[in-house]
Design a binder for this molecule. Structure first.
Ligand code: 13P
Ligand code: SF4
Length: 304
């Protein structure tokens, strides 16, 4: 038996003992996605975290995702196998920043991307993900303006699909922001037949070149259903694994090899085994913050 099989066997045994479910984001390394019970984008994983009857949720992703699972499941044990797996974009805005925004734009709904801390969610009117941002903006039928945080690129993307005025914070994902229009043009020259699919966290000039703009799971669905056989993928390179696994006869090219989220690569099989053995590191949210953040997350789940 090789090392990979040994880890997998130990994790399977512990997962049953602990009545645990393992969730993994689409950017996690291949071996982590393969050992998971459920993989998906941020919205799907939030939904699954809410529905699960498991006693323990092992969240293989980054801190804000495990925190969202803890917000939705206060009675469950939520584990993030590496506590230091964070999201640089989530750390670009604070609860204090959102309080100042609300003073500056009184009455304007504050739509916060789930890539944010629980404290920031607690100050927000509603949350959104990359899969539902436009729908969430449009759900404020009476409002002529909204404020989006922390991602300026997601906000500018949403602004193109609504008649509302979209004010926004200045955060960004360092890895999606790294992709330049020149990189995409170069790839398109190398693969002129390929369809270019981009994540809304990319720069506006990159999205201008995209045939389709969607979330990570939106890309998985699109690739499966599309009659095309080759695709340039404008998101974090981890998505190439599920794309290739589900579509062995199709070709997938990264828009740029530079799009590697280091935090999404931190969790190892050994970390999952240790987390299941020790029930640590556990992610919890103070109850007063949790209840206010829950309102914003539940409004999103209802609106989307
Ligand atoms: P998705 O919601 O599309 O999975 O994206 C999450 C994320 O962190 C993108 O960088
Ligand atoms: Fe955060 Fe970007 Fe990593 Fe997504 S890819 S978790 S937005 S740093």
């Amino acid at each position: 038996m090789n090392a990979l099989d040994r880890w997998t066997e130990a994790i399977d045994r512990l997962r049953k003992q602990r009545r645990a479910v393992i969730l993994a984001h689409n950017y996690e390394p291949p071996e982590i996605q393969d050992v998971a019970d459920i993989t998906g984008d941020s919205l799907e994983l939030s939904r699954r975290a809410k529905e699960t009857d498991a006693e323990v949720i092992v969240f293989c992703g980054v801190h804000f995702m495990a925190e969202t699972a803890a917000i939705l499941n206060p009675e469950k044990t939520v584990l993030l196998p590496r506590r230091d797996a964070g999201c640089p974009m989530a750390d670009m805005v604070t609860a204090e920043d959102i309080r100042s925004v609300k003073q500056r734009y009184p009455g304007v709904p504050v739509i916060t991307y789930v890539n944010s801390t629980a404290e920031v969610k607690a100050e927000s009117t509603i949350c959104c993900t990359s899969a539902n941002a436009v729908r969430v903006v449009e759900s404020f039928r009476e409002a002529s303006a909204v404020y989006m945080a922390p991602d300026r690129n997601l906000a500018r993307y949403a602004a193109r699909h609504t008649s509302k005025k979209v004010y926004h914070w200045t955060g960004y994902c360092p890895f999606h922001n790294r992709l330049r229009a020149e990189d995409v043009k170069q790839r398109k020259q190398e693969h002129p037949e390929a369809v270019f699919v981009a994540h809304p966290e990319c720069r506006p000039e990159v999205l201008d070149l995209a045939d389709v703009v969607t979330s990570t799971s939106g890309m998985l669905r699109f690739a499966k259903e599309s009659p095309h056989s080759s695709f340039i993928i404008g998101t974090e390179v981890g998505l190439l694994h599920p794309l290739r696994r589900a579509n062995p006869a199709k070709a997938f090219y990264p828009a740029s090899e530079k799009m590697v989220c280091t935090d999404m690569k931190k969790i190892s099989l050994e970390d999952i085994q240790r987390a299941l053995e020790t029930l640590e590191p556990r992610i919890t949210v103070p109850e007063d913050v949790r209840l206010r953040a829950l309102e914003a997350v539940e409004r999103m789940l209802a609106a989307a």
